[in-house]
Design a protein around this ligand. Structure first.
Ligand SMILES: Nc1nc2c(ncn2[C@@H]2O[C@H](COP(=O)(O)OP(=O)(O)OP(=O)(O)O)[C@@H](O)[C@H]2O)c(=O)[nH]1
Ligand SMILES: [Mg+2]
Length: 393
């Protein structure tokens, strides 16, 4: 929720010789806004609190002192964050309608029903337009004397209120470093009493209250954006590969499902060209039935331009592993495997079996196949240059 606007102040100039001077209240400050800003160093949404609140604007004071603006709340989010507004469901809207209609349900006769209809309609209207005098701060003991029914409201106030009452549903995709999005706008700060001076009113004994800040219910989803997405079975060596080619230091271990969260590394070439690579948890056959860690992480490779399949080439018939991976990708999002891709045949250091497998595989496929040993840093450059070549196409 954004900050509430501060109230305007009603006050008058006072001096030893001027007991009733001109009005000199100050305006209330606007409430703080809530902003999201993309920071590429953030990797997860854990940093975003469940409830966000910006500070309120300060009330105006006498001697024309304006209240200061509420401080904006700026929240860092990772690149690839998608923000959506949660709209009230049909059911919730129905409940609200029932609530206001409850009065009617207890009535049976036609005549009294019409009477209660009118009553509840009026109650509804009143709920929408609160007593106008409540929108103002009154000078002590002037509440009764201030006649504000016909007072025109300032256009800035009306515009701010319109915006608050008719919010555009929020839907943004935060894709680049430094990108900002206004998530909730702070409330309008109330006007002071001098602003209400007119030909008919020289001494206004009222000032405007501030408006509430915007309040939104949002859903955040992270769909990582990297140039290359690493896809492979658990233990194939995805994280070892990422560690070998980039500045990242992902956790590596000899058991499956070492990686539990997506990880992004940047590969730097000699000519300063850079590519980002996303390492995600391993995928196993049946992931679409939520076996293993399921499909939930595939959204992190969904937006990659190139898919790099990491396959342990020392396993029996490694091409079956590739087929299984592709099946899972297509079950997650049909057509995902049409994306430019290459196969990185890892663990090529593992004896003759690895070499035989590789040679056999190369003879039967047309996809780029690069043998490497991520662990012993063999042929890594060939792999990164092949990726760069595919990206350039
Ligand atoms: N011999 C050999 N072992 C490797 C090679 N690359 C990785 N390994 C080993 O394979 C094991 C798994 O490596 P990881 O990089 O953690 O595999 P991963 O694909 O990230 O696994 P998950 O995160 O569990 O999906 C580790 O014990 C590595 O040391 C390689 O090129 N040769
Ligand atoms: Mg891993």
């Amino acid at each position: 929720m954004a900050g509430r606007g501060g109230d305007g102040c009603v006050s008058f100039f006072r001096d030893m010789f001027v007991p009733r001077g001109p009005p000199n209240g100050g305006d209330g400050g606007n409430g703080g806004d809530i902003w999201f800003v993309v920071d590429e160093n953030e990797t997860s949404l854990n940093c975003v609190k469940r409830q966000l609140k910006a500070t309120a604007g300060v009330n105006g004071k006498g001697k024309s002192m304006h209240g200061s603006r509420g401080t904006d709340l700026v929240v860092k989010v990772p690149r690839g964050t998608i923000v959506r507004e949660i709209m009230p469901t049909q059911q919730q809207l129905c409940n609200e309608d029932q609530e206001s209609g409850r009065l009617q349900d207890t009535v049976h006769t036609e005549g009294s029903k019409r009477f209660l209809d009118a009553l509840s309609h009026r109650a509804k209207l009143r709920a929408q337009t609160p007593d106008k005098s409540e929108l103002f701060v009154h000078y002590p003991r002037w509440e009764e004397r201030n006649e504000l029914e016909d007072l025109p409201m300032p256009s800035e106030y009306l515009a701010a209120k319109w915006e608050l009452d008719h919010p555009e549903p929020l839907s943004v995709d935060l894709v680049s470093h430094g990108q900002r999005a206004l998530i909730a706008k702070g409330g309008f700060g109330g006007f002071n009493n001098p602003r209400f001076i007119s030909s008919s009113e020289r001494q206004p004994h009222y000032a405007l209250r501030g408006l509430m800040g915007q309040r939104r219910e949002l859903e955040l989803e992270l769909k990582t954006i990297a140039d290359v997405g690493l896809v492979g079975m658990p233990n194939a060596g995805k994280s070892t590969f990422l560690g070998a080619v980039s500045n990242a230091h992902p956790k590596i271990a000899s058991y499956p499902f070492t990686t539990l969260n997506p990880y992004i590394g940047t590969v730097e070439f000699r000519d300063t060209f850079q590519i980002t690579v996303a390492d995600i948890p391993g995928l196993i056959p049946g992931a679409h039935r939520n076996i293993g860690l399921g499909h939930s992480f595939l959204r992190h490779v969904e937006r990659s331009r190139v898919l790099a399949y990491i396959v342990d080439v020392s396993r029996d018939s490694p091409w079956n592993d590739l087929a299984a991976l592709q099946t899972e990708l297509n079950l997650y999002s049909p057509g995902l495997t049409d994306r430019p891709s290459l196969v990185i045949a890892n663990k090529a250091d593992r004896g003759t079996r690895a070499r035989e497998n590789f040679e056999k595989w190369q003879a039967m496929t047309s996809v780029p196949l690069v043998p490497i040993s991520a662990k012993f840093n063999k042929n890594i450059l060939k792999a990164t240059y092949t990726i760069r070549q595919i990206l350039g196409k």
